[in-house]
Design a protein around this ligand. Structure first.
Ligand code: SF4
Length: 389
């Protein structure tokens, strides 16, 4: 079982907080799909070296950038190449059941028309992830988003009319200017829409973004941690009252609608990332494509990526970090089986685990898992840092 991620490195406008790799320039758009097809063919044996018996692709995720700046016909060219190269379940691209095959695409609200939505459906997409971020136009203008609140709501309805029954919406909180009341209004609006899945992120300050520049020059002040924590707790309370399950620090879903693709990242299932800046993982190896679309589209350049083999410490820390951000927690058995040195690592971090348990930041469950209680998710990064070997 494995997953594939396609990175579409184009946006029509850059949002001021965005640290993802994408370009606004249209010069490489025509050359991109042939380059992606080349990379798909080149990576055809990615899974077979380590997993000769089970290379079935159970999840496909097209992200970016903004995949919806491409036409469905253009996206289909990449899908056809994938189908010719990798092995998919028989019902892939036909089923709505994410347990059989989950096919997600990220979209921007103002790209969604009835025609676009139905063409995505025809491609076999069965899950939509739409970046809404806020239902207030003043916030969207500040962020540099190119859609309005009205467009987001209309796009959501259009996607429903086209037959999508698994939709995820993203929100952001903790940015300058948003008040607690506005955040509650955003949550009330999203609950009224009732998507199957909600991702909610506190605004981060990523390197080389306009926000980072403004913050470092003292021109922009972020809300304090207490304000952000109150917003996060409101998020948890309201979504829990709305019968959403929090299955990860930033992710909530109705029962049965967790993201299979993202859950595979957290469970360290092998995945292949294709496109500039995409990351891949298999066995003990992580690789990342260079974030440079010009290089990527140049057929004479064959060096597209670099990578590293994870040390036993890296693997141990990854299992802890990824597991502790989920409601499931990290399994001691998985930690124990991670390397011959794992017993030493567990003894090394045992005092830190006990200390965090005493503070109420960790729970050890009878079935052998370490978990962060949801009430402490807001400070999960700090808790996890204390446990690294
Ligand atoms: S649309 Fe998404 S990927 Fe593009 S700049 Fe905005 S946040 Fe980044």
């Amino acid at each position: 079982m494995a997953g594939i991620y396609l990175h579409i490195p184009f946006c029509d406008k850059k949002c001021i907080y965005c640290g993802f790799y994408s370009v606004v320039s249209k010069t490489q758009r025509d050359r991109f799909i042939p380059a992606l097809q080349r990379e798909i063919r080149e990576r055809g044996n990615f899974f077979s070296s380590l997993y000769p018996d089970d290379q079935t692709i159970k999840t496909l995720y097209i992200g970016g950038g903004t995949p919806s700046v491409l036409t469905p016909a253009t996206i289909k060219q990449a899908i056809d190449e994938l189908m010719a190269t990798f092995s998919f379940p028989k019902t892939a691209f036909l089923t709505d059941d994410p347990d059989e095959f989950e096919f997600t695409i990220e979209v921007n609200p103002d790209d969604i028309t009835s025609n676009y939505a139905s063409q995505l459906k025809q491609l076999g997409v069965n899950r939509i992830s739409m970046g809404v971020q806020s239902f207030q136009d003043t916030h969207l203008v500040w962020m540099g988003r190119r859609h309005t609140a009205r467009q987001a709501i209309d796009a959501y309805k259009t996607l429903r009319q086209a037959g999508f029954t698994n939709i995820s919406l993203d929100l952001i909180f903790g940015f300058p200017g948003i008040t607690q009341t506005q955040w509650e209004e955003n949550l009330d609006t999203i609950l009224a829409l009732s998507p199957e899945h909600i991702s909610a992120y506190q605004l981060g300050v990523d390197p080389n973004t306009p926000i980072e520049k403004q913050v470092s020059q003292g021109k922009l002040a972020l809300p304090d941690e207490e304000t952000c924590e109150t917003m996060y707790k409101t998020l948890q309370q309201k979504l829990s009252q709305g019968r959403y399950i929090q299955y990860e620090v930033s992710n909530f879903c109705k029962e049965g609608f967790c993201s299979r693709h993202n859950s595979s990242y957290w469970n360290r299932v092998p995945y292949l990332g294709l496109g500039p800046s995409a990351h891949s993982f298999i066995g003990r190896k992580r690789e990342w494509n260079f974030p440079d679309v010009d290089t990527y589209c140049n057929p004479t350049i064959t060096e597209l990526r670099e990578g590293e083999n994870l040390s036993p410490e890296d693997v141990f820390n990854e299992i802890l970090m990824l597991g502790l951000r989920t409601a499931e927690g990290a399994a001691l058995k998985t930690l124990r089986e991670s390397s011959p040195q794992s017993d030493i690592f567990i003894s090394t971090i045992a005092p830190a685990i006990q200390d965090q348990e005493r503070k109420g930041n960790l729970i050890l469950t009878p079935d052998g898992k370490i978990k962060i209680p949801p009430g402490k998710f807001f400070i999960s990064d700090g808790i996890i840092r204390e446990l690294f070997v």
